[in-house]
Write a protein that binds this ligand. Structure first.
Ligand SMILES: Nc1ncnc2c1ncn2[C@@H]1O[C@H](COP(=O)(O)OP(=O)(O)OP(=O)(O)O)[C@@H](O)[C@H]1O
Ligand SMILES: [Mg+2]
Length: 352
């Protein structure tokens, strides 16, 4: 009958490159897929042979299949249904249209389109919103925290100098250390809110800057018998804020050292020219690596897997790199190591 017709009609307005079409019927109270086609299937790690003639439960985890069966049921009852799903890292939007004959559903035609990009953008916007909320909060409360903190620290020092019970001294030292830590967090927080304040772009010898950072981190690396090796073919000059760029490199080296086991591995820092306009710095460690499921959260403020981590290191790096109109990419394999690459333009729009 009109099987062929439906197929032709849908082919005209479904972007096959970015979607797929499918049909199902209800037989013996079970939904069976009768047709499926579209390039997106491959990207999801599926193929028509896996789906045609099969129920949802035969190719999806039970939990997903149950959720989808509820949408299928609604469509079978005559409703036009929209839902979002994700398989194999691809997000899609599906629309189910029941086909009626004499008022009875005979089949349902579904169309799906790839909305992965939109989802990623939505996440980025949420991230930005979160950051601007964090920023406003930071600016608002930092001052409030700093003032009482200054008095607390001053009085604690006075007590420490005049206390007669010597057993109290270690507690007072801990109090002072913790106050320093609060102060550090507040400062970092304020920086993330407004990295562009006090920024100072200067023509910089980047090899030298990298050497200085490696030198600064060497004692910490030595404690774990880790060597930091710098490789670069040429002398690279770059327009950047030296202090901020040092902070980026130190944060990244610190993470690599923390991720690397105490076993004499080395961390490689590679400085490369990328054409005439930009340069890249790559930091490669053979540390614990990062699980795929944690990737999306790395740049979230306060996301940390470390007992004493604040979770502000990477987000600070990202804010600084953004300010320098650069990019930061992370590749990692659990148990094998992590490669972090920063690409920076040699001169900035409006600041060259
Ligand atoms: N080189 C790396 N190898 C493995 N995991 C890493 C690496 N770099 C970052 N991570 C993961 O990303 C998380 C966030 O890093 P980030 O630097 O933002 O915070 P942190 O290191 O936990 O705390 P801190 O604020 O003290 O830097 C870490 O807790 C860790 O799980
Ligand atoms: Mg860190």
């Amino acid at each position: 009958m009109n099987d062929q017709k439906c197929k032709v009609d849908y082919e005209q307005f479904i972007p096959r490159e970015t979607g797929f079409i499918f049909k199902f019927e209800k037989k013996d109270n079970t939904f069976i897929h009768t047709f499926i086609e579209g390039k997106l299937l491959g990207k999801m790690g599926l193929c028509p042979e896996l789906i045609e003639g099969k129920t949802l439960f035969e190719f999806l985890p039970a939990e997903h299949a149950l959720r989808k069966a509820a949408f299928y049921e609604k469509a079978w009852n005559g409703e036009h249904v929209n839902y979002e799903g994700s398989i194999g890292g691809i997000h899609y939007l599906a629309v189910l249209n029941p086909v009626l004959q004499n008022g009875v559903t005979v089949e349902v035609i579904g169309t799906s389109i790839d909305i992965t990009k939109e989802k990623t953008r939505e996440k980025q916007v949420q991230q930005m919103e979160k950051l601007s909320v964090v920023g406003e909060l930071a600016a608002g409360i930092a001052h409030e925290i700093r003032n009482p903190l200054t008095s607390l620290k001053g009085f604690t020092k006075i007590i420490k100098e005049s206390v007669s019970d010597q057993t109290l001294l270690p507690y007072l030292d801990i109090m002072l250390d913790e106050m320093d830590r609060i102060n550090e967090i507040v400062n970092e927080f304020m920086f993330i809110a407004k990295p562009s304040e006090h920024v100072n772009f200067q023509q910089t010898n980047f090899n030298k800057l990298l050497q200085e950072c490696i030198h600064f981190m060497a004692p910490q690396a030595n404690l774990k018998s880790i060597e930091i090796e710098l490789n670069s073919d040429s002398e690279v000059f770059l327009n950047c804020d030296r202090k901020q760029m040092k902070q980026v490199l130190i944060n990244l080296l610190q993470n690599s050292i923390e991720a690397t086991e105490d076993n004499g591995h080395f961390i490689e820092v590679r400085l490369e020219e990328m054409g005439t306009d930009s340069v890249s710095v790559t930091i490669i460690d053979k540390g614990c690596g990062i699980e795929d499921s944690r990737f999306n959260r790395l740049f979230e403020p306060f996301y940390s897997t470390k007992e004493k981590g604040t979770g502000l290191g990477l987000i600070t790096c990202k804010r600084i790199i953004d300010l320098h109109q650069g990019r930061i990419d992370i590749k990692s394999k659990l148990g094998e190591g992590t490669t972090i690459r920063i690409c920076l333009p040699r001169s900035l729009d409006g600041k060259s």
